[in-house]
Ligand binder design. Sequence first.
Ligand SMILES: Nc1nc2c(c(=O)[nH]1)N[C@H]1C(S)=C(S)[C@@H](COP(=O)(O)O)O[C@H]1N2
Ligand SMILES: [Mo]
Length: 260
Amino acid sequence: MSGERRLDRRGFITRGLAAASTALLGGCDDLSDQPWVRRVLDSAETLTRVTQRALLSPTALAREYSEADISPWFKPNGSTDPDDPDYKAHAEKGFADWKLVVGGLVESPLELSLAELRAMPSRTQITRHDCVEGWSCIGKWKGVPLKGLLDAARLKPDARYIVFYCADALGQTGTEADKYYESIGLPDAFHPQTILAYEMNDQVLPVPHGAPLRLRLERQLGYKMAKYVMRIEAVDQIAGIRGGRGGFWEDLGYEWYAGI
Ligand SMILES: Nc1nc2c(c(=O)[nH]1)N[C@H]1C(S)=C(S)[C@@H](COP(=O)(O)O)O[C@H]1N2
Ligand SMILES: [Mo]
């Protein structure tokens, strides 16, 4: 099968899924208990991975846009105002004494304030955000490349994944176990467009979009891009974490590699 036909098939399945999920649901709700959704997601995932391997190198860049392309309104989705007491206390103080924690399989664990993150080399990119629900928005993001943080923390040789722990709980019990989390592999972690953003459209990152810090991972779907990132951990496997599938939505059936 030619690369072009693979893309067509994948596009067909992805568009079909987007249309179906938009028709059924207004938000990133629990699609996963519907077996047909699960089957479509699984087949789209396999095709996406095959296509991406065939056509793209691990360092291929996602398309970047111009200022004129920036969406006048960017839809906030999922959690938009975390109901966590620690988070609320930090938000009230403008995150002035908040610190990002970097730990796990690293030689030099780090705790970095927003001022320290802002003092590190940054990257700015205008990119399109695609949600699994079928909507897209273009926004401008500025932040610190994850590579810069990982180089500073010095990964141990057995590190294979980077896990992001967030402040917000989306689940039913409101406990630690319900908090949003995500994980990515090292090729994505070191990709030049993988940044921890503290600015959106030239403003301080607003709370609905993940203040004080959110992941931008431009070659995967929106649910991978953890907002309200409090702690980053390098690990050798994701099987022992929470539901074991590498993310909040993954534990409910979404695919771990959500390539676009
Ligand atoms: N912590 C956290 N991160 C999250 C979510 C969430 O609910 N909580 N929702 C995800 C989904 S499904 C999408 S589409 C994007 C939405 O980002 P936005 O609010 O900036 O549009 O964030 C992702 N990251
Ligand atoms: Mo999403």
